[in-house]
Design a protein. Structure first.
Lengths: 277, 126
């Protein structure tokens, strides 16, 4: 069972909720927010091992190249330019589609591989933790996310801590998921961006539920939306300065007595809502 | 000789566009007969690599000179690999830009400006 934790809006608490649930449910943790993975700060896995993620890119043989420009025309991502003296490659824009290789008449293009990030793993709090880390300056996170998700253990429960938004990064994480948990906050922005995430999840036909983080006395804005749309609201995690301080120190909220109960309630309801292993 | 000018419109009186990769049109001025031709910047709405594609368009148009406000690092690298010269223009019309160039009053751009110039706050390190 793979549970995707997403939000739409950034900063609502995807990682906070993911790491605490992973510890309570003793599920594997996967940090899929490879542009800024931060789950390891809380789970503190030891003896972390890393493996490179590599992608295809074209290598141009200047001896064979006739500077005809067909490759640059074929590239949908503007990764190639033909200056008529040479063909220039902008590797971070290349999607590795091989179109340039196919159209090259003098067969001057071959493909090689270059590193764009790493997949790391280790154990912390009894949880097997994995994360993808995209190298600084790289544009495309999906190859790293896909490589990370190859490590999903099908016989275990896996929590997939998503990137914010509803981009390709989120879509690719959702594709690997059996269920989704939306973490939102009781603000207009939280609701607005959550509603976009809801549209995406519905299109992908994945069962989902909602939790409210930074919950105040009045969560009406989120409750009303969930009621009107028939969405299960599993609970709220109270807003408090103490929680922010613990978070800032890289501590798990479920270690604070007053946060144990809300997290346990959400964990119990998750077990009822979805088919756990 | 042909001169490419990043333009906000399709007339010689149009304002030159300070952006290169994301300008709406390019004016192609021909010094041989003093004529203007206006083409769409096919890269304007590209999801990425707009500067590269715009530079490619200029190379394909056989221009020898580009007049624009700012050129990002990728486009600049492409242009550097060709024999095209780039000059900076301010907030003037396309025809005025050409006139200033002919009078040798424009400064050559010798290094790339910020990436994503003119794409809104927070995108280009401004």
């Amino acid at each position: 069972m793979n549970l995707c934790v997403l939000s739409g809006k950034g900063g609502t608490g995807k990682t906070t909720v993911s790491v605490n649930l992973a510890v309570l449910l003793q599920a594997n943790y996967y940090d899929c927010d490879v542009e800024e993975p931060n789950g390891f700060i809380f789970l503190k896995p030891g003896r972390v091992s890393a493996e490179d993620v590599t992608v295809d890119y074209p290598v141009i043989d200047n001896g064979k190249c006739t500077h005809c420009g067909l490759c640059a025309k074929a590239c949908q991502y503007n990764a190639l330019a033909n200056t008529k003296k040479s063909v220039m490659l902008f590797p971070t824009l290349c999607h590795g589609c091989h179109a340039c290789e196919i159209v090259c008449e003098p067969k001057a293009i071959t493909y090689s591989r270059r590193p764009v990030g790493v997949v790391e793993q280790g154990d912390g709090y009894g949880v097997h933790c994995m994360r993808g880390v995209l190298n600084v300056g790289e544009h495309m996170a999906v190859p790293v996310i896909r490589e990370l998700l190859k490590g999903l253990n099908p016989s275990k429960n896996n929590i997939l801590d998503c990137a914010p938004g509803t981009s390709c990064n989120v879509v690719n994480t959702l594709r690997a998921s059996d269920a989704a948990l939306i973490v939102t906050e009781p603000t207009t922005f939280g609701l607005h961006d959550m509603s976009i995430a809801v549209e995406l999840i519905k299109q992908m036909d994945i069962p989902f539920a909602v939790v409210v983080n930074k919950s105040r006395d009045d969560d009406t804005i989120i409750r009303r939306y969930c009621d009107d749309n028939g969405i299960a609201l599993l609970g709220g995690i109270p807003y408090a300065r103490k929680a922010a301080e613990a978070y800032s120190n890289g501590r798990l909220l479920s270690e604070l007595p007053e946060y144990r109960q809300p997290y346990e309630q959400i964990a119990d309801k998750l077990k009822e809502a979805f088919a756990w292993n | 000789m042909k001169i490419g000018i990043s333009s906000t419109g399709v007339a010689a009186e149009s304002l030159a566009d300070p952006r290169f990769g994301r300008c709406s049109h390019f004016a192609i001025y021909d010094t041989a007969d003093g004529s203007y031709r206006f083409i769409d910047n096919s890269a304007q709405s590209a999801s990425g690599g707009a500067g590269i594609a715009a530079a490619q368009q200029m190379i394909d148009e056989d221009v020898e000179v580009i007049l624009t406000g700012n050129m990002g690092p990728n486009a600049f690298n492409v242009i550097k690999g060709s024999e095209i010269k780039v000059y900076r223009v301010g907030s003037v019309s396309v025809e005025k830009a050409v006139q200033l160039f002919k009078e040798a009053k424009l400064e050559a751009i010798s290094e790339a400006g910020a990436a994503h110039f003119g794409m809104g706050q927070g995108r280009g390190g401004f």
